[in-house]
Design a protein around this ligand. Sequence first.
Ligand SMILES: [Ca+2]
Length: 395
Amino acid sequence: MVLVVLLAVSLGATAGDREDVEMLQIQSRPRRMPVIVDTDMDTDDQMALAFLLGEPSIEVKAITTLADGWSNQWSGVQNAMRLTQAWGQPDIPVAYSTRYNGDTQLNMMQPNDLPNPTLLTGIGNFLSEFVPLPFNVRPPSWMYASRLIRETLRKSEHKVDIIELGPLTNLAQVLQEEPELFRKKVRRLYMSGGLIVKRREEGTSEVWPYSSGPDGTSFTGKPPGTSWNIFSDPIAANSVFSFGVPLVIGSSEYEDENQFSTNDTSFIPSSCPLKTAEFLRRAITMLPVANNESESELRYWDESLAVLAIQMIRHHGRKDAAVCKKWERKRFAVMMEAGNDPNVSGGRYSRLLENPFGQRAVQCVESNETEFKTAYYSGICGIYYESPANQRHYW
Ligand SMILES: [Ca+2]
């Protein structure tokens, strides 16, 4: 209730708005489950964070940003704080990462411009220029990301779920520092992207570490079938996955099925607070512009994982999320061998390959797109939505 009121107020809805009245009628709500969000603050992360901050069944305890994903550090933290403020929780601590690509093999090759910084301008300015939200004047956390994660885990009476929307650099750092705390306090890790596949023997023409452009200097490519969140720091990914935390993957296949469309304004609930609905309509219009991509190229990547995670977290981690139509249980490891020998890595550096010695995971590989969009837009608007389909999926 408090959250709903704050949301309406902070986004400027006036008392007496029809939307306000309807929002305030939402009375019953389960206990809010604590989560930590680690994110590289691309535009899909920004929208996923809006969902997580609005969604009534969870409580975001801390937000940590990454320096080696799809945004610049200077913008990621400030954009996260714009969102915490707009969604009425301006004091949620938001932390910077300590290092730039500290552990990845890629920076042994060169100070990498990965992704190409020219692609990041619209992402960094999305919430300041394209869909402006007021600047949150509070200072970011004094703690760097791994310390903030550690302290949040330490302080929590209950186990905490971690929602990972970017590379695993920060989490690997926490593991190196306090593995037992991680094991004791992390309930489950929900990971955005990646797809666990069988190892195949045929090679590819694409060579690690990246597919260079015609001039040999474009670092925007990655090996086929890999996910940016793994490829950006495979060593960190290996650390986290070899450790063996309970893991749910919202696979790239699942996320790719949630196609973005400018017609998705039809999913904004009629009871959404006016200012939130306005924000969403503008965001939907501007996402292709800020990303310099056509709407057909855009997917709800991290938003898909966020919705999947919340539907499971609400039910204490049971894999009954209505957004997922098909689950797979696998054991896997990150392919750490570089090169293009089909008998060794098959050009599959940083792919997630089935491996009998590896980490256990459950991955969602097929989406219910309508269910996803309904749940996502409801959550951003602060509305608790539970699909009737959820009731049938218990196992
Ligand atoms: Ca991301």
